[in-house]
Design a protein around this ligand. Structure first.
Ligand code: NZQ
Ligand code: ZN
Length: 390
């Protein structure tokens, strides 16, 4: 393990079919007023809203409703939520939904009592939360699997006016205090969202895997996570209510992005930067923005990290190396990934997400360049990758 690092993850997880009962254990730790954050209404249709509200009422809580969090939460919604939290002086923010609700809840938790404009401070200047800013505790009841937001400090916010979608990964103090993971809560997800989540998980792992050249325990953990995901996702697309598959995927998603596998790694994150630019211009589903740009990106950087792509092919996709060159093995690995992507049904190009030729220059301008992967991209390479993704 190269480098010096600190590992700490303060989020307490409750996992399984009975996990919502543990909300009764958590609620007494916080004050009376709870801001209940949720999305566009799926939790009202599938009954999760009623279950959560019953528990909140049984624990004597005052509920401040904050619904309507959109996928890819916007800065306007953040301002509204922060105002609500401040005015009601809420004691706990409970997010019931997917990554959008969890991310939004975290962003509100650090913005409500922030003296500056949170978009400017946290997202444009990338500043941390001031030591004297009160952070409202956050809890999550997860209903969509993919982002890992339930056990990390990430909070991605979109500014539709400036066409920027920016993620800030905050430290321990911003992690959810607890998260409740009931795999059956994800059964009602539309197939499109389910598949998008599966690809998001794989990509979180590859973003961390494709960096560095040393022998690192994190890479071995990631190979195991990817194998489990590939196995279970094939089952889940045919049989969405297969508990064994859905529960394994839910657990894998959490470990893919709860900081553990980033230890000792430089990490790449360039697919997310390209995907976030697509998201900022089209408001497309997060996981699909990643799948649509991934193959052109990975084929572009493969020569610079050939040994790792070969290892990926052999250890994750079971490519038989006999009689093949390093390049052939590596390419076969990406071909296997492509076949799996088609099997689970993810977007394979950005055109189907609403991107047109006229938008490509804007996409390039909205793409932040990261430097931890095998190749630091130049602007013309980014344009090329977007063109190949059309
Ligand atoms: O809004 P509702 O009505 O709830 O519907 C949602 C939404 O339309 C629906 N849904 C969620 N659970 C459901 C359900 N529908 C039926 N049954 C259920 N059980 O699914 C749609 C998508 O939900 P959303 O929360 O937007 O999806 P996801 O979990 O993929 O979150 C995406 C956001 O997370 C950010 C993304 O950029 C995006 O803004 N990310 C956060 C990360 C982090 N915190 O570390 C990392 C990720 O890379 C990602 O960037
Ligand atoms: Zn992601």
């Amino acid at each position: 393990m190269l480098g010096n690092f600190v590992f700490s993850n303060p989020t307490k997880l409750y996992f399984g079919e009975d996990s919502l009962n543990y909300l009764n254990e958590e609620l007494p730790r916080y004050g009376k007023t709870v801001q209940l954050v949720y999305g566009g209404g799926s939790i009202k249709k599938n009954g999760i809203y009623d279950k959560v509200v019953d528990i909140l009422k049984a624990n004597g809580k005052v509920i401040v409703e904050d619904g309507g969090v959109m996928p890819n939460p916007t800065v306007e919604k953040l301002y509204e939520g922060a105002k609500l939290a401040k005015e009601a002086n809420v004691d706990l923010i409970l997010a019931v939904g997917g990554g959008s609700c969890c991310d939004y809840a975290k962003a509100v938790s650090i913005s409500a009592h922030c003296k500056e404009d949170p978009w400017e401070k946290y997202y444009l200047k990338f500043e941390d939360v001031d030591a004297d800013t009160k952070i409202i505790p956050v809890g999550c009841v997860l209903t969509m699997v993919g982002t890992g937001s339930e056990m990390n400090g990430g909070a991605v916010i979109t500014n539709p006016k400036s066409k920027l979608k920016i993620g800030h990964v905050f430290g321990d103090r911003v992690f959810p205090k607890f998260a409740i993971l009931n795999p059956t809560f994800t059964y009602s997800l539309p197939k499109y969202q389910m598949a998008a989540g599966f690809y998001d998980i794989l990509n979180h792992i590859t973003e961390q895997y494709f960096s560095g050249e040393d022998d690192n325990t994190s890479d071995y953990i990631m190979e195991g996570l990817m194998r489990s995901l590939i196995h279970s996702s094939k089952i889940a697309v045919c049989d969405p209510e297969n508990y064994e598959a859905r529960s394994n995927i839910m657990w894998t998603a959490t470990w893919a992005l709860n900081t553990l596998v980033a230890m000792g790694k430089e990490t790449d994150w360039m697919v997310h930067m390209l995907g976030q630019a697509v998201g900022a211009h089209t408001d497309a589903t997060h996981g699909m923005t990643l799948s649509a740009v991934s193959l052109p990106y990975y084929r572009h950087i493969m020569p610079y990290g050939l040994a790792k792509f070969k290892r990926f092919a052999e250890n994750v996709w079971n490519v038989d190396p006999k009689g093949k060159s390093e390049e052939e093995i590596a390419e076969e690995g990406l071909a296997a990934m492509e076949a799996w992507m088609k099997e689970i049904g993810v977007a394979m190009n950005i055109r189907e997400l609403g991107v047109t030729e006229e938008m490509l220059d804007g996409l390039v301008s909205s793409t932040l360049i990261m430097e931890g992967g095998y190749k630091v991209l130049k602007k013309d390479e980014i344009l090329e990758i977007f063109q190949e993704s059309m």
